[in-house]
Ligand binder design. Structure first.
Ligand code: ADE
Length: 282
């Protein structure tokens, strides 16, 4: 929790109509531990508690008609301003919406490096555009699909940020080495037993040669990223060894099942399936 002698804390506020949803989600697992250790704090503000009418109304009809309701402006604005006062000065207000900029590992890192932020979870058809202009610094989307509310998205952002803070993960290296840490997808992982349902752990991982293991993992990360997320690979600077590893990976993938794997034999992707050979299409 100490970072260069200073204590790092991340203060998060969530404005939501479903406080119990967010409060429950952040209590478990890695985020729960970060909360217990005081590395992260999560405050919650419910616009309903700022509604002024007897029915505690938090929705309102859209100008121009059409189906659906919007979040009522005034209780929402008051909730945001109340929560914002609890945050360090300069903390951004982030509105979770499908219209937002994609939330990425790089953005998670930036937010985790800051002092705090406010997450506004929308409901209904959304919020009045003027409220966004007035009080929101950035709209964030967690993916190209529409959720029925921003709470799940808010929990995603909290999780992705909290686990990056010093002292949260039991193994700090996990956050550096895993998917996206280096702009690549993660390599495959294996645990006991050595053979499970006729599939054997790749020989290189059982061999105990750390350099070979590192080479194999790098090759798997490169190969998987090329296959599954070529868009990510375009943004990674590959050195000569990377290019060679990728070439070997592709050659082994293209080879018919059971064929020798060329220069990468014993370390190539064909090892991924152990003793049981399968075609790439399996
Ligand atoms: N609210 C609804 N859909 C969303 C999405 N994809 N990302 C973030 N917030 C949302």
């Amino acid at each position: 929790m100490s970072d260069g002698g200073r204590t790092r804390r991340l203060a998060i506020e969530v404005v939501t109509l479903f406080p119990e949803f967010v409060a429950g989600a952040v209590r478990v697992g890695v985020v729960g531990r970060a909360l217990e250790r005081g590395i992260v704090s999560v405050g919650i503000e419910d616009p309903r508690s700022h509604a002024t009418d007897v029915h505690r109304t938090v929705d309102d009809r859209p100008y121009g008609g059409g189906p659906g309701m919007l979040l009522a402006v005034e209780p929402l604005a008051t909730a945001i301003e109340t929560a914002r006062r609890r945050l360090p000065a300069g903390s951004p207000v982030l509105y979770l919406s499908a219209q937002g900029r994609p939330f990425t590992q790089a953005r998670a890192r930036q937010l985790a490096d800051g002092a705090g932020f406010l997450l506004l979870a929308g409901r209904y058809e959304g919020v009045d555009e003027r409220l966004i202009e007035e009080l929101v610094d950035e709209e964030l989307s967690i993916g190209d699909y529409v959720l029925s509310g921003g709470e799940l998205a808010a929990c995603v952002v909290i999780d992705a940020c909290a686990r990056l803070l010093p002292g949260v993960l039991l193994n700090e290296r996990s956050a550096v080495e895993e998917s996206f840490g280096a702009g690549l997808l993660d390599w495959p992982h294996y645990t006991r037993p050595e053979t499970w349902r006729e599939r054997t752990v790749p020989a290189v991982l059982r061999g105990g040669n750390h350099a070979d293991v590192a080479r194999w993992r790098r090759q798997q990360a490169l190969g998987r990223t090329a296959e599954r997320r070529p868009d990510l690979l375009d943004r990674v600077a590959l050195n000569d060894l990377d290019a060679r590893l990728l070439q070997e990976y592709r050659a082994a993938r293209a080879a018919p099942p059971g064929a020798a794997a060329g220069p990468a034999a014993g370390q190539g992707p064909e090892d991924n399936t152990g003793d049981r050979q399968r075609s790439p299409a399996d």
